[in-house]
Design a protein around this ligand. Structure first.
Ligand SMILES: [Zn+2]
Length: 448
């Protein structure tokens, strides 16, 4: 990246950072005005540059003028994950060459991999929006800059890609300067604890499922522990019992951040920690029933979002795959951004191979890059035996997939690991209608 480009994005970030710290407290009418302006801009952009909207809107007799507020977005067809899987480039803007976008690949906890392309402006806006939760954390820490943070991540996963992309495009950005270290989700708690003690972070961020196991390890062993002042988590849910252990047992306040590769940060917890304040100006969100009809606050249903930030893959009226409920009452903290009271259905099963606990992201890491897969489910049958059911795309080469996955499993988990791969039309669903992508040994199989 040349210096001029990096200067440009550094200035862009600085400009967009300024209003963020107090943004959540702006009057609701102000936030709704911003939201409406972004809706109009994004629909006009999609209509002009994104093949899917360029074809779909005229077919439905819609023009950009039909979209004044976020409510109008529901006039577009409800997009499903499968639509994005079927033809990812159909949703990508042709305004820039593909090579300019950041490509993120994820499968979430449901085992259905999707590709999302982000443009640089989108990435920097999400970084600016992160300031809304950072000010809350800074308050707990008693300092706004120069604090130390450790992120326990999936190596090569989205968090790392996003950070590398923004570092390559900017100079050390103002306001968010902090000392940073990555740890791998696949390393043992003992190794990561040693690294953490050495680095002595103020903040630790990671997958709830990893943090839960990590703190249980510290509690059980009584190992020396350089206590961070704040814990942040996302990607999956922190169980109430783990939260109690970390907050009351270790005295560390925890803050959830609601993230998805398709839109981040979708929301963040405030000091009250009664749910996620939604960044509605950037990502209008509604809760729908099985028919796509909007449900009132207090009722649980599917999360449908529109991304008004990303000019790469443009997703409007998209079913994200999470189950959630909007809070009927505003949060007592005084922030105007509405509250998501509960977020269900994001959980990960750990697997154990030869007594070693392995985070399921290791399995997702293998399968999500496999071309030709709609959806998968990995069931651990014995300590060294896995059954992988795959819903294939028509175009896929089954023998190639079979050989590739077997080789990857052996490479990652040892040569004695056996995989049986079958191709199916459909995967079993839980009572809540979701597919559990990873089912570990010693757990009941998912209800059929
Ligand atoms: Zn609040």
């Amino acid at each position: 990246m040349n210096l001029l480009t990096r200067l440009y994005w550094t200035a862009y970030l600085a400009y967009h950072l300024r209003p963020q710290a107090r943004y959540a407290f702006r009057p609701l009418a102000h936030i709704q005005r911003d939201q409406a302006r972004r809706v109009q801009q994004m629909v006009a952009y999609a209509y002009r540059y994104v093949p899917y909207y360029r074809e779909t809107m005229p077919r439905l007799g819609l023009t950009p003028d039909d979209f004044r507020t976020a409510d109008d977005l529901s006039r577009l067809p409800l997009l499903e994950r499968a639509d994005l899987q079927r033809d990812p480039l159909y949703f990508v803007s042709t305004a820039q060459p593909l090579s300019r976008y950041l490509h993120l690949r994820s499968s979430g906890s449901t085992g259905a991999p999707v590709s999302v392309y982000w443009d640089a402006a989108g990435i920097f806006l999400t970084r600016a929006a992160g300031e809304r939760s950072r000010v809350i954390i800074a308050q707990v820490l008693g300092k706004t800059a120069g604090y130390r943070e450790i992120a326990i991540v999936n190596p090569g996963g989205s968090s790392q890609c996003i950070r590398e992309f923004s570092l390559a495009h900017s100079l050390s950005p103002p306001g968010v300067a902090l000392r940073w270290q990555w740890l791998s989700l696949y390393d043992s708690p003992a190794d990561n604890l040693a690294r953490l003690n050495e680095f002595a972070p103020d903040v630790v961020d990671g997958y709830s499922s990893y943090l839960e196991m990590f703190f249980a390890y510290i509690e059980a062993t009584g190992a020396p522990f350089q206590r961070p002042k704040v814990l942040t988590y996302g990607f999956d849910n922190l169980s109430p019992s783990a939260r109690r252990m970390i907050e009351q047992g270790f005295g560390i306040p925890t803050f959830g951040i609601y993230r998805a590769n398709e839109a981040f940060p979708l929301g963040f917890e405030c000091e009250q920690r009664q749910g996620y304040h939604l960044n509605m100006d950037l990502y209008p969100l509604r809760i729908v029933d099985g028919n796509g009809k909007t449900l009132p606050p207090g009722e649980s249903g599917d999360v449908v979002i529109s991304n008004l930030v990303n000019h790469g893959t443009v997703l409007l009226n998209y079913r994200l795959g999470d189950l959630a409920t909007l809070a009927p009452e505003p949060c007592p903290c005084g922030r105007s951004l509405p509250l998501l009271a509960s977020l269900d259905g994001r959980s990960y099963d750990w697997i154990e191979i030869r007594g070693q606990k392995i985070h399921p992201m290791a399995l997702h890491g293998i399968l999500k890059f496999e071309e030709g897969i709609w959806q998968y489910q990995v069931v651990q049958r014995t300590p060294t035996e896995f059954h992988i059911a795959i819903v294939p795309m028509e175009t896929c080469n089954r023998e190639e997939i079979r050989a590739h996955i077997a080789a990857k499993f052996a490479e990652c988990f040892g040569p004695d690991i056996r995989t049986e791969i079958t191709f199916v039309r459909e995967l079993p669903r839980t009572a809540g209608g979701k597919v559990r992508a990873v089912v570990a040994l010693r757990r009941d199989p998912p209800s059929q």
